[in-house]
Design a protein around this ligand. Structure first.
Ligand code: IPE
Ligand code: IPE
Ligand code: MG
Length: 249
């Protein structure tokens, strides 16, 4: 999406989060990794509530990557069961709070029961306007670009688009986040400074906040620190700085 370089919003419209550190959190307490994922669900619930209250329009949470399939089957199966259970338990409350739920990722790779719950949650909450919560499951940034290119190529083959007409705007319309403004702020917890194949296309000009907190410990104070970090940024989108010392350090 096009950004406006001349405005410096204090508050991000779209916040994306790589919720990392559940396993280490559990291991430190001598508990199984799945206990960390369960604790991670609580932190996710809290950030949804806090972002909705802070006026964030879109919150995108990275819950399971296309590479996470390579984890031991016990952990993968436990996570899939947890997703089904959490959807069962949380969707009504999200709906009551006027939150729209959307999912991005390779759905066909997920258990059928989960696919059904996801579709049901999306249609139930489709009309909600307070905040959109996008959960990335079986998502990878490279997968996203692949599927967009595949769909554009099919349109070229069908004679609907000419190859010369393919540009960033055409690709953008076929990406998983089509129609959603790019993330303004990306938060990654768990003390790692990498993107881990999250939204490669959409993070082009996103402000990135890396924080050492393990995801289950990420609460309202940590979110406030991330939002304060964002408010201090001066976004230039490749242009020159605004006059009169508008730039942060
Ligand atoms: C993130 O926590 C959640 C998922 C990837 C599902 P991790 O499970 O990666 O936790 P660490 O990084 O091993 O501590
Ligand atoms: C990124 O965390 C994926 C999610 C949080 C869902 P990982 O734990 O999978 O990333 P790496 O392996 O440390 O890069
Ligand atoms: Mg991790």
């Amino acid at each position: 999406m096009q950004q406006e370089a001349d405005k410096q919003p204090e508050r991000p419209r779209h916040v994306a989060v790589i919720m990392d550190g559940n396993g280490r959190w559990a291991t430190r307490l001598g508990r199984p990794r799945l206990a960390g994922h369960r604790a991670g669900v609580k932190a996710a619930r809290a950030i949804v509530e806090n972002c909705a209250n802070a006026g964030v329009e879109v919150l995108t949470l990275f819950a399971f990557s296309s590479e996470n399939w390579q984890r031991p089957s016990d952990e993968v199966n436990g996570l899939m069961r947890l997703f089904v259970e959490v959807l069962q338990r949380e969707v009504a409350a999200l709906h009551e709070n006027e939150i729209r739920l959307r999912f991005i990722g390779d759905r066909a790779s997920l258990p059928t029961i989960l696919q059904k719950r996801m579709a049901r949650a999306e249609s139930l909450t489709a009309g909600n306007q307070r905040m959109t919560l996008i959960v990335a499951i079986a998502y990878g940034g490279r997968w996203d670009i692949e599927q967009a290119v595949r769909r554009v190529a099919a349109k070229v083959a069908a004679g609907e688009i000419s190859p010369q007409a393919i540009d960033a705007a055409v690709l953008e319309r076929h990406m998983a986040l089509a129609g959603v403004p790019d993330p303004d702020l990306l938060i990654r917890t768990g003390n790692e400074s990498r993107i881990s194949n999250f939204l490669l296309w959409n993070l082009a000009y996103t402000e990135i906040y890396f924080c050492p907190t393990l995801w289950p410990d990420f609460g309202s104070a940590e979110l406030q620190a991330a939002l304060a970090f964002y408010a201090r940024r001066a976004r230039r989108f490749g242009r020159v700085a605004e006059p009169l010392g508008m730039l942060a350090d």
